[in-house]
Structure formats: structure tokens, C-alpha cells
Design a protein. Structure first.
Lengths: 274, 441
């Protein structure tokens, strides 16, 4: 699909998205430092509706920190975030959710001692007209969404501590997609999964993409990335090495970006390119 | 932001596909859906009571002793309900005994020096304002400690250890160590005693209301599950659980009513109220004591808060995974302040009960209560690693602690030996709990 579009628009600048229009998300010159260490240093990335952009880099390259800024978990020291062209302040996770940004964290961020429904609705519980928790309605909604994602899921009454890795992952995914996300951040979504479940997540990504949701995907698996992503942005030591369409670069070139920080001709170089 | 139908249930005809509920119940016991841990604690309490009754020449399982036990447990039970939330959030509050001391002193002084002169003897505003002032002070102290813990980042152990000294000192400073007698007769009712009990008629009224509440809760839970076509408990199981709960209420009422005024007091009561004394003696039942009713009301409200409100859900989520709660958009700091404020307010209610029981406030009141409160919560199944605990369990834990003490008093065990036993039981109870969690969780 990517290649077909490519041949039609040969004049596109390197690293630019093939999808026209205003970007769903633009992160511009984002910086954050922890105790003098620049975890993220003037990084700019963007994401179009219905596009998957993969963020790549070694451990400690700053990918997770960058997306945690978008998710509201950290507040950036500098730079700006634009959603559909408008600059928005994101100071905490509540702000991010208000702009339709949902996150599947690498750690899953589940409260182990409560059940799937409580986790799915954590922070946005359904309440009865009297303001009390409507557990039955939440369980019903959970049964419905889990029925789509993981039809074999049965443990609705159990604390999620008692679930398998794959089941826990599906709870975390269900939480991200149930609230009509426009922007989805997936931090190593397949790390805890077997091959079959990984394929399922791949299918899900394609389906969400078709619905016009923009996805930032963080992954270590370069095959996964070339399979799912439209573009890649590579980070090294907190800086952006470059951004490229997956059709314009080879896997080896991307590995070169990750390891050496060397930007190939098909990519738009960033401040971190050597 | 997505549109969440606030409280509006999804259409009832909605089908629940793939994950359709299984119907076959696991076993007879499973069908009852009872909390095995709670049942185990009730069993342990029954054993403690029977053993003490045997060891103390059958003086333990008497209406008189059980009635006293209920009154003695009230103050600690009230505070243990708050300690559950504190410990669930992975914090601790070592200052509750001292908060009890200072709020008790302030309430007594405020009553004697300001309210009584302003409103006059036994004016109804006196007891109400005394309570309001006490609870407001307790909640403020708790909120202050919670603020230091949540926003300034000082560990709760240290903040409340400091609080233990500060508020105990403050209790002394309020009246420079003097004992302040209570003056308002209405307020004294909070302490129990013959006047502070509701008698047989009202006790049966409480009993009836409780049974109606049990039936209502059972029916409502069933309707809720029907609304979404979830698996239902078999009808016989509903009858068994509701039946046992109702029987327990009736038994408790019978015991409370079986404790009657001693003959001399009964005669005086009869004279005062102009009642004829029958030939075979006058039996005037104590019935439920006011502090016990206060404790039960606190227990119900706190159970509601922990299980049915967002606040309660957040407390447990924070205890389970503080980072996840934060990422879910929960304001964990504000919840921390609220939990400690709640604990402080409950310590003030505990102070009202214990000062009313002694008819006066002293600066030493509530000394070591923090340890009994924490022990009650922990014996009641609250996990010190956070995220797990129930209000009912903690109240039962308070009853277990008080039963041990009361039983040993009846056996004429000296105080130092009582402490040795209570200390060992606490460690043993947590050991059993650890084993239980490893095995069954």
C-alpha cells in the first residue's frame, strides 16, 4: 500500500507523510532533562490521522520519555505539542485523555488488586444517578469490549493479578481503545505476548488505522515495524536521528540509524544525525 | 474526550457475545459467594469466645460481658475503619491515639468553657457543636499530616510519629494536664451505660431495620445482575446468606436485650419513672448501647465509601499500583490528604465515645490506641503491602483484640502478661494471613 502511494507522489520531501492535511499530532522541539541529563533533546515528530509512526532506538534513547510527555505523565521543559494544528497544554494524564490521547504502557499500568472492569474504567468510572459506582454497567461494558478483543476472556471478577500476561495485555489494550481514542500510543505492545497474540495485535493496529486513528508505536522488533508502520522516527541519546517512510529505506539503513546515528539519503535528518 | 454515558446503562437488550457467562456453579460453597477470609475470622472469634468462657468459669459468654465487650470495642472499631484506608494506600498513621487525646480534651474544654455558658445546661446545641468542633479539629489535623505526606514528600511513618508526640503534647497543653469533666448529659450518652442504651423496644426496631436492609440489598443486587443478564446466585443460596445474616442480627439483639439493669438500679429507675415493680422483680433491658450503634453506623458508611464511591475505588487502585493510578489521571496527592483527614475525623469520633464513657477528658486518653487500631486492621485482613482490606474485617479485628483483653481480665491475668499475649497473637495472625495469601491468592 505504502509503495503504491509512493510511486504516485515522487516529489514528496524525505520523511514527510504521504497522507495530506493537518497533522493529528505535532511535537516540536520537545526537551526534558532529569538532573542535568537531557533525556529528550529538541525532538520533533508528527503523526497524521490513520497513520502508524514507529519510534525506534536503543534502551535509554528517550522514546518512552518522549511519549510519556505526550501522554501527560511528564511535563516537557521546552517545546510545544499541537493537536490538529492547535497548541495544547498537556500537564497531566487527564489533559492528554481529554484530547483523545490513549496510552498502552510497556508496564501496562494496571492496578493488580482490582478486576478488569475497575482497571478499564480507572479514573473515568461509570456512576449511577446517585453518584455511586455502577459496577454492573462497567462489567457489562467490559464483557462487551473484551468479547471483541479476546473472546476467551472469562475472569471478570478476579483481580488482574490472577491473569496471564496476554490477558493482562488485552485489558490494557481494551482500556486504550474503549474510550474512542484519536491518538494511540503503544509502548512495546507485544513484549509480553506469544506469536499468535502478537499477530492479533498487528491485526488490531491495521483495523484502528483504517478507522483513522493515529498510532505511535514503540517497538524493538524491526520486522514488526516494517510490517505495520508507515514511517519511522529514530532516536539516539535523546536526540532525533531522522524520520523516513518505511518504503524509502531498508531495514539495514534503519539499523544504521539506530546503532550509528547515520541518516540515509531516503530520510529527513534530525539534530541527532552524525 | 469520548462521550461516556454518565451512569446511563447500555441498552439492556444488548447481547454479551463471546464472553457469555458460564452458568454451572463451582460448588455448593462457591455458590454462596461468601468471603472465606471473613468467615474464617468469625470462626476464630467463636473459638476465642468459647475457650475464654471455659477458662474464665463461664463468665465470658454472659449477656453482661458481651454487652460490655461491645461498648469497649466501639472506639477502636470506629478508628480501625479509617486505618484500613490508610494502610490500603501503603501508608500508616501512628498519631491516632494522640489525635484522640487532643480532640477529646478540646471537646471537653470547649463544652465546659464556651458552649455551656452560651447555650445553658443540657441544651441540644451543646452536644452537636461539641461533636462538630471535635470532628473538624480531627479532620484538620489529619489533613495537615496528609498534606505534609502527599505534597512535601515526608514519609507517613515519620509525619505521624512526629504527630504522636506533637498531639499528645498538645493534649496536655490544652488544659495544662488537668482532667476536664464533661458537663452535657446528652453528650455523655455517646459513652453507653444504662442511660446511653436504647432499651429493648428500640433494639428490636434496629433489628427489624437491619433485616429489612439485608433483604433489600439482596433483592437489589439480584435485580442489578438481571438487568445485564449476568449469572445469578441460585435462589437457595440467596436465602441461606440473607437468612444467616438476619439470624446473626436477631441473636445479637437477644443478647443485648438479655442484659438487664441490676435490681437496685432497676428499682431506682422504676421510682424515677413511676413504674410499678412487679412481684417477681423488674427487668429493664439495656439493649444496644449508643456507642455501638455509632460504631455500626460508621462501619456502614465507611463500607459504602470504600466499595461504592470513586474515592474508595481510587484508594484501592493507588494501593495496588500508585504509578498506574497516577497515569490513569487520578489525583493521588489529593486522595492521600482526604484519607488522612478522614482518619483524623474518625479519631475524633473515637475521642467522643471514649471521653463520654469516662465522663471526662484526660491528656493521657488514647495512649497506645494507635497500636490497637493498626492491630485491628491487620488482624482484620488489611495487607500492610497495600491494596487489600475490608472495613468489616477491621471492625471484626477490633472485636478480636478486645475479646482477648476482656477475656484475660476475666481470667485475672495481669496487664503485662496481657500485653505479651496480645503482641504474640498479632504476630501469629499476620503469619496466618501471609500463609493464606500465598496459598489461596
Amino acid at each position: 500500500m505504502q509503495q503504491q502511494t509512493m510511486t504516485g507522489t515522487p516529489a514528496l520531501a524525505p520523511g514527510a507523510s504521504t497522507i495530506p492535511g493537518t497533522p493529528l499530532v505535532e511535537m516540536r522541539d520537545i526537551s526534558i532533562a532529569f538532573g542535568g541529563i537531557h533525556a529528550v533533546d529538541r525532538v520533533s515528530v508528527d503523526l497524521m490521522p490513520g497513520e502508524v509512526v514507529a519510534l525506534l532506538g536503543h534502551n535509554g534513547a528517550g522514546k518512552s520519555t518522549l511519549i510519556k510527555i505526550l501522554a501527560g505523565a511528564y511535563k516537557a521543559d521546552g517545546g510545544e505539542i499541537r493537536i490538529k494544528g492547535e497548541t495544547v497544554p498537556i500537564a497531566n494524564p487527564r489533559d492528554a485523555k481529554r484530547y483523545g490521547i490513549e496510552t498502552i504502557y510497556q508496564t501496562l499500568a494496571l492496578a493488580d488488586n482490582v478486576d478488569a472492569a475497575a482497571n478499564l474504567f480507572l479514573g473515568r468510572e461509570l456512576v449511577t444517578p446517585w453518584g455511586t459506582l455502577d459496577d454492573v454497567a462497567m462489567e457489562a461494558a467490559t464483557r462487551e469490549v473484551m468479547g471483541r478483543l479476546n473472546p476467551n476472556f472469562r475472569k471478570f471478577k478476579e483481580p488482574v493479578r490472577g491473569l496471564s500476561g496476554g490477558q493482562r495485555q488485552s485489558v490494557a489494550i481494551a482500556r486504550a481503545i474503549h474510550f474512542n481514542a484519536r491518538i494511540l500510543i503503544m509502548d512495546e505492545p507485544t513484549a509480553a505476548l506469544g506469536p499468535q497474540e502478537t499477530a492479533q495485535v498487528g491485526e488490531l493496529v491495521k483495523q484502528l488505522k483504517a478507522e483513522g486513528i493515529g498510532i505511535f508505536l514503540i517497538s524493538h522488533d524491526i520486522h514488526d515495524v516494517f510490517d505495520l508502520a508507515d514511517r519511522v522516527s529514530v532516536m539516539k541519546n535523546g536526540k532525533l536521528v531522522g524520520t523516513a517512510r518505511t518504503g524509502d529505506v531498508t531495514q539495514d539503513e534503519v539499523l544504521g540509524m539506530i546503532i550509528l546515528g547515520k541518516c540515509p539519503p531516503g530520510a529527513r535528518p534530525g539534530p541527532g544525525a552524525s | 474526550m469520548s462521550d461516556i454515558p454518565a451512569g446511563g446503562p447500555p441498552p439492556a437488550k444488548q447481547t454479551v457475545p463471546a464472553s457469555a457467562p458460564q452458568t454451572a456453579p463451582v460448588s455448593r460453597l462457591g455458590a454462596l459467594e461468601v468471603d472465606m477470609r471473613f468467615l474464617g475470622m468469625v470462626g476464630a472469634l467463636a473459638i476465642i469466645w468459647i475457650v475464654f468462657d471455659f477458662l474464665a468459669d463461664h463468665t465470658f459468654l454472659t449477656p453482661r460481658n458481651l454487652w460490655n465487650l461491645s461498648v469497649q470495642t466501639a472506639s477502636i472499631a470506629v478508628m480501625s475503619t479509617g486505618m484500613v484506608l490508610v494502610i490500603v494506600m501503603r501508608h500508616i498513621d501512628l498519631s491516632v491515639g494522640s489525635i484522640l487525646g487532643v480532640t477529646g480534651m478540646v471537646m471537653a474544654v470547649f463544652q465546659a468553657s464556651y458552649l455551656m455558658p452560651a447555650f445553658g445546661f443540657n441544651h441540644p446545641a451543646v452536644w452537636m457543636l461539641t461533636l462538630v468542633v471535635g470532628i473538624a479539629l480531627g479532620a484538620s489535623i489529619g489533613a495537615l499530616q496528609g498534606f505534609i505526606i502527599a505534597y512535601l514528600g515526608v514519609p507517613a511513618f515519620i509525619v505521624t510519629l512526629g504527630g504522636l508526640l506533637v498531639w499528645r503534647g498538645a493534649a496536655w497543653a490544652v488544659a495544662e494536664g488537668k482532667t476536664i469533666p464533661l458537663t452535657d448529659d446528652h453528650f455523655k450518652l455517646l459513652g453507653g451505660g444504662a442511660d446511653g442504651s436504647i432499651g429493648a423496644g428500640w433494639s428490636w426496631m434496629v433489628c427489624t431495620l437491619a433485616i429489612l436492609a439485608i433483604v433489600f440489598a439482596t433483592v437489589r443486587a439480584r435485580q442489578q445482575r438481571k438487568r445485564f443478564r449476568f449469572p445469578l446466585k441460585p435462589v437457595w443460596a440467596e436465602f441461606v446468606t440473607a437468612g444467616f445474616a438476619s439470624l446473626a442480627v436477631i441473636a445479637a439483639t437477644l443478647v443485648m436485650n438479655a442484659y438487664t439493669l441490676p435490681a437496685a438500679l432497676a428499682r431506682r429507675y422504676a421510682e424515677a419513672h413511676g413504674i410499678e415493680v412487679p412481684a417477681d422483680g423488674l427487668f429493664i433491658s439495656f439493649g444496644y448501647a449508643v456507642p455501638v450503634l455509632v460504631a455500626l453506623a460508621v462501619g456502614i458508611v465507611m463500607t459504602f465509601i470504600t466499595t461504592r464511591t470513586r474515592f474508595g475505588r481510587y484508594v484501592f487502585a493507588i494501593g495496588g499500583n500508585p504509578e498506574a493510578a497516577e497515569l490513569a489521571g487520578i489525583n493521588t496527592r489529593r486522595i492521600t490528604v482526604q484519607v488522612f483527614a478522614l482518619m483524623g475525623g474518625l479519631a475524633a469520633i473515637g475521642a467522643a465515645i471514649s471521653t463520654a464513657r469516662l465522663n471526662s477528658a484526660t491528656n493521657a486518653q488514647g495512649t497506645l490506641d494507635e497500636l490497637y487500631v493498626i492491630a485491628a486492621a491487620v488482624i482484620g485482613g488489611t495487607s500492610l503491602s497495600g491494596g487489600a482490606g475490608t472495613v468489616a474485617g477491621a471492625m471484626l479485628g477490633a472485636l478480636v483484640m478486645q475479646s482477648l483483653q476482656s477475656g484475660m481480665v476475666l481470667m485475672r491475668v495481669d496487664t503485662p502478661y496481657q500485653n505479651i499475649v496480645v503482641g504474640m497473637v498479632l504476630v501469629f495472625a499476620v503469619f496466618i494471613d501471609t500463609v493464606y495469601r500465598k496459598r489461596f491468592k
